[in-house]
Design a protein around this ligand. Structure first.
Ligand SMILES: O[C@@H](CN1CCOCC1)Cn1nccc1-c1ccc(OC(F)F)c(OC2CCCC2)c1
Ligand SMILES: [Zn+2]
Length: 345
């Protein structure tokens, strides 16, 4: 029996190693599987692997143990929400890593910019309480008071991330010089704050401008000017925001798990609102929800408008991912019909 147990353990570790290896260049890795096989430490496993694969630790002389301590401390500060948890952070990190490899970004970003973008993705929802900014504002929460109702969650995530650096043995930025540290901090703050859904429309505006300018100045061979720091920062903000809203562009079995999770998280907020005699927020009433219809709306009015312009900027590498969005939408639409019948039934 003991030999069987050890053999099974060995096979699980081999399977885990193969899954982690696939995060290098695969869109749609099953991170729920990585979570199950890694003793619920997907972020630490995947972040360490990707930062080493990109040679970031060597480039900035960061000790592997220091990075391990930092990312473990961050992972431990993600709460066990149905959706906003360490698996979601790993998902956004891996999607950001994947899209940074798009050919349109070749020779565009510095190592420091890549480091800042992936760091921001990994920490972007740390200690998320599983409720929305609006809920925190409506309930006069300490966080809303602290951040004056402005990007309350996002301010909290980035502040906690930088505070974690001063935990014993966790300062992954200690080897950066003053200028690098200042630039890194500016980029991480702006990328994490840009994940606030209230900035969504601005992302679309900036991307449309960028695509238009590139289209008009046909001379620009490489679509993005590596000298333009402002443009590059906006692209990194949109890259992480797109990764944050990438669930509907993942293989259907993964997309459906994320949908179940976000709905359970919204429903728990609705339960809290009911118990506090507050008006139940949209989409948060578990007694009265149409999951497929709300996903159709999310895709048509939020996700597709953003990814349509993002894919124009990043063609042709985004096409396979847009194709998944299209096929998922067709499937959802087919379920709306049956879901209606169920309710009518
Ligand atoms: O809540 C969303 C923004 N709101 C803005 C107000 O209108 C409705 C949409 C984005 N967001 N923010 C945090 C998490 C998510 C979020 C992430 C994956 C979601 O669905 C699936 F892909 F898993 C998701 O779906 C909700 C329920 C149906 C429609 C939206 C939401
Ligand atoms: Zn997020």
């Amino acid at each position: 029996v003991e030999r069987l147990r050890l053999t099974r353990k060995l096979n699980m570790n081999i399977f885990l190693a193969q899954l982690i290896e696939s995060t290098n260049d695969t869109w749609g890795v099953d991170l729920f599987e990585v979570d199950a096989l890694s003793n619920h430490r997907p972020l630490t496993h995947v972040a360490l692997h990707l930062f080493k694969q990109r040679n970031i630790l060597k480039q900035f002389q960061i000790r592997e143990l220091t990075f391990f301590k930092f990312i473990s401390a961050i992972e431990a500060k993600y709460r066990n929400n149905p959706y906003h948890n360490n698996i979601h952070a790993t998902d956004v990190l891996q999607a950001s890593h994947h899209m940074l490899n798009f050919s349109v970004f070749k020779n565009v970003f510095t190592e420091l910019e890549v480091f800042a973008a992936l760091f921001a993705a990994a920490v972007h929802d740390v200690d998320h309480p599983g409720v929305t900014n609006q809920y925190l504002i409506n309930t006069n929460s300490d966080l809303a008071i602290l951040y004056n109702d402005e990007s309350v969650l996002e301010n909290h995530h980035v502040t906690l991330a930088f505070q974690t650096l001063s935990t014993e043995g966790c300062d992954v930025l200690s080897t950066l010089n003053r200028k690098q540290h200042q630039m890194f901090r500016k980029m991480v703050i702006s990328v994490v704050l840009a994940t606030d859904m209230s900035k969504h429309i601005q992302h679309i505006g900036h991307l449309k401008t960028m695509v238009e300018i590139r289209r008009l100045s046909s001379s620009a061979s490489s679509i993005i000017d590596p000298e333009n720091a402002e443009d590059k920062l906006q692209i990194l903000q949109s890259l992480v925001h797109c990764s944050d809203l990438s669930n509907p562009l993942k293989p259907l079995n993964l997309y459906l798990q994320w949908t179940d999770r976000i709905m359970e998280e919204f429903f728990r907020q609705g339960d809290l609102e009911k118990s506090l005699n507050l008006e139940v927020s949209p989409l948060c009433d578990r007694e009265n929800s149409n999951i497929c219809k709300s996903q159709m709306g999310f895709i048509d009015y939020v996700v597709h408008p953003l990814w349509e312009i993002w894919s124009r900027l990043t063609q042709p590498d985004c096409q396979p991912i847009m194709d998944i969005l299209e096929s998922n939408r067709v499937w959802i639409a087919s379920q709306v019909l049956t879901e209606d019948d169920k309710h009518d039934g």
